[in-house]
Design a protein around this ligand. Structure first.
Ligand SMILES: Cc1ncc(COP(=O)(O)O)c(C=O)c1O
Length: 463
């Protein structure tokens, strides 16, 4: 009966009548396949990829469910596995279980966040959740926000609005100031905005990886002399290589003095601001005009899940609204395709909402605190005689053996990454300025102290 149901190819879509037995059977089988894969992680390691993996393309005829499930299994078996405790390379934690459910519901719902008439409940949910976040970080009632597919796009939404609101929308002399440790996607943002790479002004960082304020002041004065017009300054709340936080209070004072839009790239650290975890600088983030928060990067909301919050929602309306002539509107409700770059968007806010409803503030705080604890445990126990450590208040650590020349960091990190991978630890090797570093990101809740001790054994064994 089950096999017959699964292989019945006459059913293409969910039925509006009856019990949808075939779909239920397929979903059950999919759940089983996924969970089997999770539980194989121990055997397969964080990344098991066969170089001979073949991408099979659609053919004349469709295929049976049986065949498709075997192809799904092959795909899974050749994938990065975020639930493995050795998955410590990037900002890609294990998926929160209620967020997996949220993704399923969002896919099945297939509502479109372009417009209220296509997604009434989810439109209201997204608006309310953005306002909830905005209030938590200290914005007032005129605030709001929009979900987007990742931190890059949230930042881009903010920068387009900043440039438009400053009246520099088509000015080729308009510049953006970011620290030299800011994420590489700002280069992409500048290109997309039709600007030259020279329009991205990089401010030097101090020895903790934070934007250097005296350097910022000098750069601002230089911009004035060179007739460059600044449309925004970005403060990074959690840099990619070492999790540093720019001095938000001082930067916000400068922005107020000079009437410049302050955007905070909180892709990594922004989520901490809705908890009571004491982290420097977080008290001042409500001084910003906009902030990116990217819950996919630590608390395990499934990708993609990123929010842009703005202190005044009208800045987004004024920057993006074109009118949607083929869509009906309702007074006092924004069609959400009108306040950001994207048009059609999935109902992915559901997985953030469900994830947070499931965790509560306490659960979220517990997950975030545990990531800091793991980072502290790692730093406390790594040999300070052997390694130079680069880390800030968040859960990211980059490190290098002492005395290694810039040239030698390439080979050392490559060799070490390969060796660790053979032992089921996946670390990354970011290139920053002229050196490669080994980086560990402690956002994996499945990683216990015993795993960290084992990792340290490999790091201590031989350099
Ligand atoms: C600080 C920071 N900003 C922005 C981004 C880009 O985010 P996404 O990859 O979600 O677009 C990243 C990615 O790691 C990041 O570390």
């Amino acid at each position: 009966m089950t096999e017959e149901l699964i292989n019945n190819k006459d059913i293409y879509f969910p039925s509006y009548l009856g019990t949808n037995d075939k779909l239920i059977t397929l979903l059950n089988k999919a759940s089983q396949t996924l969970c089997d894969w999770y539980s194989k992680a121990d055997k397969n390691g964080p990344l098991s990829f066969d170089e001979n993996f073949k991408c099979i393309m659609p053919e004349e005829d469709g295929n049976s469910a049986e065949k498709l499930f075997s192809e799904i299994e092959t795909l899974l078996n050749n994938s990065f596995n975020p639930v493995h405790p050795g998955s410590l390379a990037h900002l890609d934690p294990p998926p929160l279980i209620f967020s997996i459910l949220g993704d399923l519901i969002a896919a099945g719902l297939n509502n479109n966040l372009l417009a209220y008439e296509l997604s009434p409940s989810v439109t209201l949910l997204e608006e309310a959740l953005c306002k909830w976040f905005a209030k938590k970080i200290g914005f007032n009632d005129s605030a709001g926000g929009i979900a987007a597919s990742g931190g890059t796009l949230s930042n881009l939404n903010a920068l387009v609005a900043a440039r438009n609101i400053s009246g520099l929308g088509s000015d080729p002399n308009s510049v953006l100031l970011v620290s030299e440790d800011a994420h590489s996607s700002f280069i992409k943002c500048i290109r997309i905005m039709g600007l030259d790479s020279a329009n991205l002004v990089r401010i030097k960082t101090d020895n903790q990886g934070r934007m250097d304020i005296s350097n910022l002041r000098k750069s601002l004065d230089r911009c004035l002399i060179e007739n460059k017009k600044i449309f925004a300054i970005v403060a990074t709340l959690g840099t990619t290589v070492r999790g540093a936080i720019d001095p938000i209070n001082e930067i916000s004072e400068i922005c107020k003095e000079r009437n410049i839009w302050l955007h905070i790239d909180g892709s990594i650290g922004g989520i901490f601001a809705v908890t009571s975890i004491p982290i420097e600088g977080l008290n001042y983030i409500n001084q910003a005009n906009s902030i990116t928060i990217n819950p996919q990067k630590i608390i395990g909301i499934t990708k993609t899940s990123s929010l842009l919050l703005v202190s005044n929602i009208n800045t987004l309306v004024n920057s993006f609204s074109t009118g949607l002539p083929y869509i009906s509107s309702k007074d006092n409700i924004l069609n959400r395709g009108e306040i950001g770059i994207q048009g059609s968007r999935p109902a992915e806010i559901i997985k953030l909402w469900l994830g947070l409803r499931f965790l509560g503030l306490n659960g979220m705080e517990h997950i975030l605190k545990s990531s800091i604890k793991r980072k502290n445990f790692f730093i406390e126990n790594i040999s300070k005689n052997k390694y130079e450590i680069y880390s800030g208040p968040l859960h990211i650590v980059s490190f290098l053996p002492k005395g290694l020349s810039a040239k030698d960091t390439d080979l050392w990190t490559q060799t070490k990454v390969n060796e660790l991978m053979k032992n089921n630890f996946m670390l990354s090797r970011p290139k920053f300025k002229d050196k490669y570093y080994l980086r560990v990101v402690m956002g994996n809740y499945n990683t216990k102290d015993s795993h960290i001790k084992e990792l340290l054994k490999f790091l201590d064994a031989n350099q």
